[in-house]
Design a protein around this ligand. Structure first.
Ligand code: GLU
Length: 550
């Protein structure tokens, strides 16, 4: 009896690997094309780090006319949650990072290298496990979980490296006959890889991001097929990335230390190993301490947070590229109008240690990104967000024509307004343009230099008499100047500065009174445009209210 008999006994009805090797031929792509993937487990939480990886993977595939696919790693079925797959699919879709192949809904997929869901690939893994067994490179292990636990305790007590290796690998040297007999007797088993490695030897490896790394060889006989017949991550990784033609495995650097094992698996399976690019995690500055963004502590760790807050996907992607390649910032300065697709991302320029993710910077990027949007784009995005998260905002945006005027204030010019960082800012930002919100706001008028009741009343009463909706901007401003002069304020700020004792205040202070009475704010975009949109009647009404509240 030989290894083949053992392999046939364990996997009697499983196809030969040649079947799969033929079914999934080498991809026909141009030289240098990068084939890469996002391979999450559907455990219910799409982390911003996953989006970061996907953005990088998607971009590299685009840059090289390669392929980006989505593979669902659902071999740990205990951890799977309802809607886990669809959440992942939708997250990528929402951010415009759709894969070329892979799952496109909870159940459907596209592409000819599937199934793209590991739980549907059981026979494929078993075929390769059978192959390894038939070569004497894998074996059934009959140790019970209790025995494994006992071994671990012994190792711990003796301060010995834990694991299933060397003398601790009890089933490694069981003869084929013995194994066959145990199986025939109905003993339970799993399949382990027979590692050819030795811990006292080193391997050198070049990681595309981390550079040269040296590790001891792997000598652990890891489990490749579990009791439920499904593979472990390590084995599935080797089989899938081989059959799916992955050229670059781009993944979190928590997997870096598994590289010796993975290279060994590729070697023993007779596969060409892919290139590895291990991405450092996204970090957060927590009161001076740099730590990983945590699922538990940081709401911004979840991709869903960006949708809820209405942070534009363009801003998130732009900011992630900032983190990914430090030369992005410079590129952006020189190419203000270009889309991020035009930026050439380079893996070897990625930071080796974790990059800091700073929400304040993200909001700044958001402001710049939104400032480049047309009024129509702002409107559409704000409305879409409002439909999901803010009924009141949705309501006020129903009058599209008016909203476009509001969003059009100081937009489309050289120095567009930069006051919206996220869609959830919009309501607060434009509330004074809508009576239905403005009138319900608590009345508070932050007057500045001019704050005497009588002075304010006078300015408002006089101004409404001369305001004309048809004035052009110059005339409009000249009128404020004239009024200032008439009421004893300096018509020019310069004049006021030169002779402060001669005036009560200056034209800018008069404008502030108008602005505060009109909006209850000291800061707004262009007041000329605001007045024109509101119209004389509303202006008058608001001035009256302001006077009542003096
Ligand atoms: N399912 C693994 C994870 O979520 C994938 C790692 C990989 O990309 O290979 O960490």
């Amino acid at each position: 009896m030989d290894y083949k008999d053992l392999a046939n006994l364990i996997f009697p009805d499983i196809k030969d690997i040649s079947y799969y090797e033929e079914k999934y031929p080498k991809r026909n792509l141009k030289e240098g094309a990068i084939v890469t993937r996002f391979a999450p487990s559907p455990t219910g939480f799409v982390h911003i780090g996953g989006l970061y990886q996907s953005l990088i993977a998607r971009k590299l595939a685009n840059q090289t006319e390669g392929v980006f696919f989505l593979r669902i790693e659902d071999t740990d079925q205990k951890r799977e949650v309802e809607n886990g797959v669809i959440d992942i699919v939708n997250s990528l879709k929402n951010f415009g990072l759709e894969p070329d192949e892979g799952m496109i809904s909870e159940t459907e997929e596209k592409g000819s290298y599937g199934p793209y869901r590991q739980s549907k690939r059981k026979e494929i893994y078993q075929s390769y496990a059978k192959y390894l067994i038939s070569q004497g490179k894998a074996y059934p292990c009959f140790c019970s979980p209790e025995e494994i636990e006992e071994t671990r305790e012994k190792q711990e007590a003796a301060k010995i490296r834990p694991g299933y290796y060397s003398v601790w690998a009890k089933c490694r040297n069981i003869t084929v006959e013995e194994a066959i007999e145990k199986i025939k007797n109905g003993e339970k088993y799993i399949i382990r890889f027979k590692s050819p490695g030795r811990e006292d030897r080193k391997i050198k490896h070049h990681d595309v991001i981390k550079g040269n790394v040296t590790f001891p060889e792997n000598d652990q006989d890891i489990v490749i097929i579990k009791a439920d017949g499904l593979p472990t991550y390590h084995f599935a990784h080797a089989v899938d990335d081989h059959l799916m033609g992955t050229t670059h495995v781009i993944r979190g650097d928590e997997w870096l230390s598994s590289v010796p094992l993975h290279l060994q698996l590729f070697q023993e399976l007779g596969f060409k190993a892919p290139k590895y690019a291990h991405i450092a995690p996204i970090m957060k500055n927590d009161n001076g301490n740099k730590r990983k963004l945590s699922k538990r502590k940081d709401p911004e760790a979840a991709v869903s947070y960006y949708d809820e807050q209405g942070i534009p996907k363009e801003a998130v992607k732009e900011y992630l590229l900032n983190i990914a390649n430090s030369n992005f910032e410079n590129w952006r300065k020189q190419n203000k109008e270009k889309g991020i697709e035009e930026f050439e991302l380079q893996l070897n320029k990625m930071s080796v240690s974790g990059a800091l993710f700073d929400m304040v910077k993200l909001y700044d990027v958001g402001k710049t990104v939104i400032s480049m949007f047309s009024a129509e784009e702002v409107y559409n995005n704000a409305l879409n967000w409002a439909k999901k998260y803010d009924k009141e905002l949705e309501e006020i945006l129903q009058d599209k024509e008016y909203a476009l005027k509001v969003f059009g204030i100081e937009r489309g010019n050289k120095k567009p307004r930069k006051d919206i960082a996220k869609w959830s800012d919009v309501k607060e930002n434009i509330s004074y343009m809508y009576d239905e919100i403005f009138e319900n706001q608590e009345k508070s008028y932050p007057y500045q230099a001019i704050n005497e009741k009588e002075d304010i009343r006078k300015i408002l009463e006089e101004y409404i008499k001369i305001y004309d909706e048809n004035d052009d901007k110059q005339t409009w401003f000249d009128k404020i100047k004239e009024l200032s002069g008439k009421l004893g304020y300096a018509k020019e700020v310069k004049e006021f500065k030169a002779n402060p004792e001669m005036y009560k205040a200056h034209v800018g202070d008069v404008s502030t009174v108008l602005r505060v009475a009109l909006t209850m704010r000291t800061n707004t975009p262009d007041m000329y445009e605001i007045m024109k949109i509101l119209g004389k009647e509303k202006i008058e009404k608001r001035f009256k209210k302001a006077i009542e509240n003096l």
